[in-house]
Design a protein around this ligand. Structure first.
Ligand SMILES: Cc1cc2nc3c(=O)[nH]c(=O)nc-3n(C[C@H](O)[C@H](O)[C@H](O)COP(=O)(O)OP(=O)(O)OC[C@H]3O[C@@H](n4cnc5c(N)ncnc54)[C@H](O)[C@@H]3O)c2cc1C
Length: 412
């Protein structure tokens, strides 16, 4: 029986020392004032090029990142694989405008695709279009295409070429590729780019996935239209469903620029939209491949109920769940233990370049009431159980099985 309260399974891979370290970090970021001040201090230190590595690497980086290079991530990949959890290598360097760096990022994404081809424990690749395109051109293409000059058209052509290079490699190597969703001001260009790649590569299987952010008020209709178009074109729609990571920035920007906020009014409305999208996709699963990208227990239980309702096998290749490294192990490990397909995003990159990603994770966890409160409660519970068991001398935490490894082999 799937039960996210089972902390023995959730933390089977973690030593007492690792659990205590995670507890200390979560306790720190649970104080929102620490994160608020910490964010400004870190940004200042980055600005003056202070050597942050010795402080960041053994703390927040170790919890939320796999390493600085692809090969640094090998231990993490193996450790997740031992428990039947896949890894999705995420090169988390963001926001460059220099053409040379954008080309370098495209090359790095291709390296992750090749790594996935050669590693049974890596079922997908992932990237952000803002890693291969400047923010400015994404915004121009999204909203001001008619005003773009020759130089901008040429810049956009180079973005398309990078996208083509990455997607064709994913197709050639048979590694399905997630494309992350980003800011409202970039998303029309991203949706269009991804759709063109889907038309090319998703004829038999979804090798290119778009992402829907359920916090956006227009996304349920977007989903229905995308489905209709995919059926019309005879392709499979690959879809990662998430709630959305940029809510505060979107609201501020909408206010500043004077357009209605694209974000649902409250959390309940976002939750309803997420679960409605999930119901829609699973009902029409013959036309989709799905990644349920969430740390929300209710939405994860809902997926398992829907799979049962529509008679979909737990390890059906069309349905995956995914969480971010360092978050919600109780969901990932319990899903894997119950034979569902599950993977973790494993972000990597140089410490300095990964700071925006790490700050986002700390902010997301900076509410003792929300996610972090839950993580802390579960860690405390497990530490207490281990102390009790030690006294009685009975608990064994080695839960990995040959079955998990066999399952990962079968999936590829
Ligand atoms: C595998 C994976 C891939 C991801 N890929 C992307 C991606 O491509 N693009 C992206 O933007 N994010 C992405 N995310 C992050 C994701 O969008 C969420 O920020 C994060 O997962 C938290 O949402 P949740 O469903 O896990 O949990 P929950 O804790 O249940 O939900 C928190 C989310 O609810 C929404 N929310 C909270 N308060 C309100 C409010 N007052 N009004 C309206 N909505 C509210 C916000 O979206 C917030 O992030 C990804 C997450 C995962 C696990």
């Amino acid at each position: 029986m799937l039960n996210f309260e089972n902390t023995e399974i959730a933390f089977a891979s973690k030593s007492n020392a690792a659990l205590r370290k995670a507890k200390a970090l979560y306790s720190l970021v649970a104080r929102s004032w620490v994160v608020d001040i910490g964010k400004h201090v870190l940004n200042f230190l980055l600005f003056i090029r202070f050597p942050l590595r010795p402080f960041v690497k053994p703390t927040i980086f170790e919890v939320f990142a796999g390493g600085e290079t692809i090969d640094d991530c090998n231990d993490r990949i193996a450790s997740l694989d031992k428990y039947g959890i896949g890894s999705i290598l995420d090169y988390s360097v963001e926001g460059s405008a220099e053409e040379e760096l954008l080309d370098k990022t495209a090359d790095m994404i291709i390296k992750t695709i090749i790594k996935a081809e050669n590693t049974k424990a890596i079922p997908f690749a992932v990237f952000k279009v803002s890693g291969i395109a400047s923010d400015r051109i994404l915004e121009r293409k999204s909203w001001h295409e008619a005003e773009m000059n020759d130089e901008e058209h040429e810049e956009w052509e180079r973005v398309k070429q990078r996208m083509q290079k990455v997607a064709s490699k994913a197709h050639e190597k048979k590694v399905p590729l997630y494309v992350d969703a980003e800011d409202y001001s970039f998303q029309p260009a991203i949706d269009d780019l991804v759709w063109k790649m889907m038309l090319k590569y998703n004829k038999k299987r979804a090798y290119v996935y778009n992402t829907i952010q359920a916090y956006r008020t227009d996304r349920y209709e977007f989903l229905q239209k995308a489905h209709e178009d995919a059926v019309g074109e005879g392709i499979i729609y690959g879809l990662k469903l998430v709630r959305g990571a940029y809510m505060e920035r979107e609201r501020e920007l909408a206010k500043e620029r004077g357009y209605p906020s694209p974000i649902h009014k409250n959390k309940d409305a976002t939750d309803k939209c997420f679960n409605d999208c999930l119901r829609y996709i699973v009902k029409h699963i013959k036309d989709f491949e799905l990644c349920n990208g969430t740390h929300n227990e209710e939405s994860t239980y809902l997926l398992t109920e829907l799979m049962e309702k529509y008679d979909i096998q737990k390890d059906d290749y069309r349905v995956y769940s995914a969480q971010l490294l360092g978050m919600s192990d109780h969901i990932s490990y319990n899903l894997a233990h119950n034979n569902y397909n599950v993977a973790k995003y494993v972000p990597f990159g140089p410490v300095r370049e990964m700071m925006p990603y790490l700050i986002r994770r700390a902010q997301e966890n900076s509410s003792a009431k929300g996610q972090t409160g839950r993580e802390l409660k579960l860690i405390n519970h497990e530490l207490k159980e281990r102390r009790k068991a030690k006294r009685k001398g009975e608990r064994q935490s080695e839960l990995s099985t040959d079955k998990a490894n066999k399952k990962m082999e079968d999936r590829k």
